[in-house]
Design a protein around this ligand. Sequence first.
Ligand code: PFF
Length: 454
Amino acid sequence: MTSSSQTSRGSWGSKIAFIFAASGSAIGLGSIWRFPLMVGLNGGAIFVFVYILAVFFIGFPVMLAELTIGRHTQRNPVGAFKAIKPGTPWKLVGYMGVLTGIFILSYYSVVAGWAFGYFYKTLFGVFRGEVTWELSDRIFSTFAANPLEVLFCLFIIIGLTTFVISKGVKGGIERWSKILMPLLFALIIFLAIRALTLTGAGEGLAFYLKPDLTKLNPKVFFFAVGQAFFSLSLGMGTMMTYGSYISKRDNLVSSAGWVCFSTTLVAFLAGIIIFPTLSATNNLQGLKVGTGLMFQVFPLIISKLPGGYLFGLLFFVLLLVAALTSTISLLEVPTAFLVDEHNWPREKAAIFVGALSFLLGIPSALSNGAVTWATQANIMMKMDLIFGNIMLAVGGLFITLFLAYSWGITRALQEISFGNKSFRLKPLWIFNIKFLAPLAIILILVFIRILTQQ
Ligand code: PFF
């Protein structure tokens, strides 16, 4: 980040620097681990289709809304609502975002810990030679059920994230991620091509890309919208915080567009790897999709490459970096809140939130086979349902309502006009922010309430 003439707060060096940083937050386990899981649980291609619509009609408008509010107020989410509408309950939306961030960080770090575990397992040669589904499945189940090992991995991830945030060395990570993220992208394309050229890939590809309309139901919409919010880091003020560093010279619309596009592309490619690999290894039919899906499948495809050991190592390092750039953005929101609004020293704030997330993450860490009650209660998936789907969608709903009916579209458009002279999607954006996005989210939440009561 370089300082600019704007304020002492500083701004991203350029539009490209912002796109990289925001994509670093967005692209992570949400696209590579969670998206294929959601596709597997929600009927395959029909989910992919609804997800892409959700990104375009809800995710993109909400991202532009968050960036606009962030750049206008130059504050953390709580401060942003306070700045525009002082003395009103709108600040509660900011508080909700702060809390949601802490809870998401708790279980997200468990999965990031798995990526760390897979990195050292690959390093020690656990996946050398031909890897079958049975072997891969056994390695994952044994690992996820080992309480000490998963807690150790969780500790490492939260410790690293806390260190980066407390020392304010985020800039360094961002510089590194500028090199590593494109490398991850290249590797994913390469793996996707390998998966598509496996014999028997066709059936998996059809499951992934040929929609079966009979599988369409309100749950597909609910999870697709939740996935759009989760993967784009929306609904809890992360993008507001990132937007607060964008310069007035930069174009918010195209920046939002690029972040949505790159994230969706990575998620799409992750699915292209997972499902064809599953059918090519005869594991698609009758598959019980669970939280380990990505970790069970990637070793299979990596073992089908010459030099698989090195590719495996590279993949899990890059996955770890992608996960860390997201955990950093998750921890940044509550930390910035304590620093800006309560004058806490940065280090104390980061350690406090980090420690809290670690404690909250313990039940999720133990809910994949390590402890019976936690596993039976499916704690990790429940946390994900409540915070990753519902709370982000509720947050997104309030952000659209705030922008459209409290702050006002005209003022938002004025902010957007800095750095952007021709906003061609303007009528569509206004319609989506005022009507489509809030109505769709309300309908989805009501439906889900009815469905879960039945
Ligand atoms: N978007 C991140 C991912 O897909 O991995 C997760 C995330 C980060 C969600 C930051 C929400 C957030 F505010």
